[in-house]
Write a protein that binds this ligand. Structure first.
Ligand SMILES: Nc1ncnc2c1ncn2[C@@H]1O[C@H](COP(=O)(O)OP(=O)(O)O)[C@@H](O)[C@H]1O
Ligand SMILES: [Mg+2]
Length: 352
């Protein structure tokens, strides 16, 4: 079932936290709401599940207008960062709780609890209490409880934030598998770009209560609409280089980097300011738009090495390369970029 938010505005007292936000999550799709802390992701999610009301705008699940509907009547499954399990109930009672509230028969609850527990792979834990489970197991139980009512939509707010690194990886795969198997329309709130990129069909990236761009992960990474989006996606982050247009090229003030303008930008006036965006994987020894500098930092990351290359004017370009480059800190090198890998942003940070 698709989720349609139209012109959603939310205020707390006089502060507008979300302004005129519109978003459609397609049937069966998993959408990330991605953005820095405080940008309004949870507020948006709470408004979709009915904890917060809309000050303006409308919300549709499929054709149904649910804007004014009480939370319990929306048929949503919700998973929070803090697993929010009932500590005094067993795993089975926790998972079955929504059905018990609905007055289902004991036998039916048992049957469905067993099936949900198998789906999230915790069938052997049904008699334990939450305190006897690891964080990952608790989150699986929370997922089972969210899914047992066969909700129309699944809403998750930073579900992996309380898990350690290894578990987070497992649960990333697990949540995506469950979402795809059930075909449920889902929204994942996260501040972690890797989670958004690896788990979701599309990403809506937010800043200060607005959506800046909605796109599939790869498209957003390759074609960010502005410097904020470009900088938010990618680790290590994209390099930005300040340049000006000079006869068919853009170059840094001291000409340490000089990149030919692509055809579509040839008409830009001399002196126009452009910010170049170059991802670290595109700064390589073999690429042919060259610049010279000195290595100021090296970090080995196992499969790859990270380098900081400082140019004469102080510009630092970070490069990521598969291991094997025989250079050390302090070495002078001549590396390069391919002009077609460069992103061009105008004075206001919009991609050209
Ligand atoms: N109940 C509330 N009352 C007042 N301000 C709130 C409330 N909830 C959130 N805010 C404010 O709204 C903004 C967005 O918060 P939130 O949606 O929690 O952000 P995120 O989930 O992206 O970190 C923040 O500035 C936060 O301080
Ligand atoms: Mg939040």
């Amino acid at each position: 079932m698709d989720i349609r938010i139209e012109n959603f505005t939310k205020r707390f007292d006089k502060t507008t936290v979300i302004e005129d936000l519109s978003l459609t999550v397609r049937d069966g799709e998993m959408m990330a709401l991605l953005g820095p802390s405080g940008c309004g992701k949870s507020t948006t999610l709470f408004a979709i599940c009915g904890v917060y009301t809309f000050d303006e705008g409308r919300l549709f699940f499929g054709e149904r207008d649910v804007t004014g509907l009480a939370s319990q009547k929306r048929n949503v499954g919700v998973v929070f960062q803090s697993f929010a399990l009932y500590p005094h109930l067993t795993v089975a009672q926790n998972i079955g709780f929504p059905l018990k509230v609905r007055g289902e028969s004991r036998a039916e609850i048992d049957r469905q609890v067993r099936s949900a527990a198998e789906m999230v792979r915790v069938p052997e834990l049904l008699d334990r209490r939450p305190g006897q489970l690891s964080g990952g197991q608790q989150q699986r139980v929370a997922l089972a409880r969210a899914l047992i009512r066969r909700p129309d939509v699944l809403l998750m707010d930073e579900p992996l934030a309380n898990l350690d690194a290894k578990l987070r990886l497992d649960m990333r795969t697990e949540i995506r598998r469950l979402q795809q198997e059930t075909g449920i329309t889902a929204i994942l709130v996260t501040h972690d770009q890797v989670e958004a990129m690896s788990m979701c069909d599309r990403i809506a990236i937010m800043r200060e209560g607005r959506i800046l761009q909605i796109a599939a992960p790869r498209d957003m990474y390759d074609r960010p609409d502005d410097t904020f989006v470009a900088g938010f996606l990618g680790n290590p982050p994209i390099n930005f280089v300040e340049t000006q247009v000079v006869d068919g090229h853009c170059r840094t003030q001291r000409d340490t980097v000089r990149v030919p303008l692509p055809e579509r930008l040839i008409g830009l006036p001399a002196g126009a300011k452009l910010t170049l965006g170059v991802r670290p994987e595109f700064v390589q020894p073999s690429h042919h738009t060259r610049f010279t500098g000195r290595i100021t930092f090296i970090e080995s990351q196992g499969r790859e090495d990270l380098f900081d290359l400082e140019l004469e004017d102080g510009t630092v370009l970070r490069s990521i390369q598969s291991v094997g480059a025989r250079v050390g800190v302090g070495d002078a090198v001549e590396w390069g970029i391919s002009p077609h890998d460069v992103l061009f942003f105008d004075d206001a940070g919009q991609r050209l």
